[in-house]
Design a protein around this ligand. Structure first.
Ligand SMILES: [Zn+2]
Length: 295
């Protein structure tokens, strides 16, 4: 059996896995992210290779943008020294193994297509609604990377011209309206109080409170899901995908909002479209990065 190391690099944590070719996880652990990242990462990978001498490759998913062909991180501002790093060539030289690197949201999407709820679909858009709004596009089994590794940046489609300032420096990006961070802001704006605690509601409780009839929570839910449906509809107009997979932290509460989202998407659909919940949670990035090597 082929064994592959899958690595998911986040802002605070790096998750490692050793994964079999059909997705079975043979080992899985997490360490804090340290900068400068490259020498630290190489050191960890060398250790893995010692413990698993029969590894056939190393797949890496990272925050930021990546040129998948050259394996260079093309854009990432928060991890010191990471932007501009030739991860693929350096790690291949250090280990003698095949190394592939891609963006973390793309890797999470690949995990859903190969092993999860998008199996059998040919044109898939995966949306990760967490702190931000991430996207991954997998068409005919291949990640659509774009010319600069920037394809699938769904969170930076402008939803409201001249709207809220985004981390990318522009205004009105969809991530400012459809994300966990957006929920937090909407809760403040609508002064949603959790009647159970008497305190400002937390994003993870918002949809439950709305289901229980808390007035401000219903308003927040309405604003959030209407914007979410528009994002999905715009993506369909451009991409005509078969299937949208929705995951990320906000999807943990999907039992309380899934049917309502489907209702809002329905009149905006241009063609048939399936919406499905992601199978994988936090492990998606690690699993999908390993699948880069199976490719
Ligand atoms: Zn933006």
């Amino acid at each position: 059996m082929k064994k592959i190391a899958g690595v998911d690099i986040g802002g605070t944590k790096i998750r490692f896995g050793v994964v079999g070719e059909t997705g079975e996880v043979l080992a899985d652990w997490t360490i804090p992210t340290k900068t400068p990242l490259y020498p630290y990462l190489e050191e960890q990978i060398i250790k893995i290779k010692k413990n698993f001498p029969d590894l056939t490759g190393i797949g890496i998913g990272t925050r930021g943008m990546v040129d998948a062909e050259t394996g260079v991180v093309t854009f990432e501002k928060e991890l010191e020294g990471w932007q501009g790093t030739s991860v693929k060539s350096q790690l291949e030289a250090a280990t003698g193994l095949q190394v592939e690197i891609n963006n973390d949201a793309n890797c999470a999407a690949l995990a859903e297509v190969r092993l999860g709820s998008a199996q059998g679909y040919r044109r898939v858009v995966c949306l990760t609604v967490g702190t931000g709004l991430g996207g991954g596009l997998i068409f005919d089994g291949k990640i659509m990377n774009g010319s600069h590794g920037g394809a699938g940046e769904v969170g930076h489609m402008i939803l409201y011209p001249n709207g809220l300032l985004c981390g990318c420096g522009r205004k009105g990006c969809s991530e400012q309206y459809v994300s966990g961070t957006a929920l937090r802001r909407l809760i403040q704006e609508e002064h949603v109080i959790n009647p159970g605690t008497g305190e400002t509601a937390l994003p993870q409780d918002l949809f439950r409170l709305a289901a229980e009839g808390v007035a401000g929570a219903i308003t927040v839910r309405e604003r959030f899901l209407c914007d979410f449906a528009i994002v999905i509809s715009s993506l369909q107009a451009v991409l005509d995908m078969d299937c949208v997979i929705i995951g990320g932290g906000v999807a943990d509460s999907a039992d309380d909002w899934w049917e309502l989202l489907l209702e809002k998407v329905e009149p905006l659909k241009l063609k048939p479209l399936e919406l499905k919940r992601a199978v994988f949670g936090n492990e998606a990035g690690m699993l999908g990065s390993a699948m880069l090597i199976i490719d």
